[in-house]
Structures are given as C-alpha cells and as structure tokens.
Design a protein around this ligand. Sequence first.
Ligand code: ADP
Ligand code: MG
Length: 212
Amino acid sequence: MNKAKFSSLSLPQNLLSNLDSLGYHSMTPIQAESLPAILDGRDVIAQAKTGSGKTAAFALGLINSLNPRWFGVQALVLCPTRELADQVAQEIRRLARAIDNIKVITLCGGTPMAPQRASLEHGAHIVVGTPGRLQDHLFRESLNLSGVKTLVLDEADRMVDMGFIEEIVGIVRACPRQRQTLMFSATYPDNIRKLAEQFMKNPQQVKVESLH
Ligand code: ADP
Ligand code: MG
C-alpha cells in the first residue's frame, strides 16, 4: 500500500546505502508517517502494532543527530524488558554500522553493575535500558544524562503497566529539558496521554492501523 522510499528523507548517503544493504527498501507505514517529523527534530507519539518497524523509526532519528566524535551519552532508549532492550540495541547497531565507532550499550537488571559501569566509563553514544537499572545507575552517579539529545520511551504502555512510572519520571528529569522526546506505544490510554503531556513539547501524533 505505502511504498515510500527512504531516499525521500533527508538522510546521509551512508545511512541510505546501509538501509539498502539490510533489505530495507521502502518504509513501513509507521516509518513513513513518523520519520519526516522525527528527522525534523519534533517530539512524536507513535502508535502502531508490534512488528510494524517502530525501532528503525526512532533509531534513524537518534543516529542522525549523533555526534560520533563525542563519546558521551546522546541518546537514551527506555524499554520494558531486558529482551526488548537487547533487540532494540541490536537493531540500532545494525542501522548505525554505516558510521564508524558508534558505541551502543544496554543497561538492564539481572547482570552485575560493575561491567556496566566500566562500559559507561569507556564512553557510549547510545544507551538502551530498563527503567529500574537506569535509575540505579543514576543514583550511583555512574550514568550522566546531561548530554542526551534524544529520549525514547519504547513500549510506553507496557512500561507503565509494569509499574515503572516513578522510575520513568526520575530518568526523564535527569535528561536536559532541551531534547527531543519520542514515545512509542501500541495503545494510548489516559495514563500514557498524561505522561506525554508532562514530558513532551507539542508532539506530533501518528497512528497507523495496518502493518504493511
Ligand atoms: P516493532 O517495534 O514495531 O514491533 P520492529 O522494529 O521490531 O517492530 O520491526 C519488526 C521487523 O521488521 C524487524 O525484523 C525489522 O528488521 C523489520 N523492518 C523494519 N523496518 C523495515 C523496513 N523498512 N523494511 C523491511 N523490514 C523492516
Ligand atoms: Mg518495538
């Protein structure tokens, strides 16, 4: 139905060639609807079903606004579970391989803190993690979010259902006010709407029903 090409977006050639080599020839509907606003730096709330390609939508946005020469955390992605965080980090790495030396790390519970602290000390551009562990790192001052340009709340409805609201609020407050916030959710109930009102600036709302 929707056959919009990635090349219609203002993305650098190295990212476009990499998308092609991954077999991403045309955008999925949620990508076509959200990417122009995301690449424009706007806050976006995107609602779409599982499997619709939401990861690449936000990943291309945050990769495109990275400064590869500065090894500080510039993008933070919050996910409800470790499995999802691992999947998201893997997809970001595939999309970011067009750029040299982009470091993506995951910070999730169930593994020791020390190696995560060491990775942070070595420097990372992008952090993907679960709210509880991210909050732990903030408390222990091993995570500095003052350089975050893009904040992503992935599967926001699930994170809230799992009771992560307080952690999310704390993490968002540790990010600069001047930032881009992207929220992805399969559903958009009142509590998610409130969260969006609290954290986002004039967000563009995008909703896609079909998968392809
Ligand atoms: P969601 O987060 O919406 O559940 P994902 O981001 O996990 O979906 O994407 C689902 C699958 O679609 C992944 O395997 C991903 O590699 C693939 N995919 C995403 N965008 C495209 C695209 N434009 N063309 C082809 N495959 C894509
Ligand atoms: Mg997803």
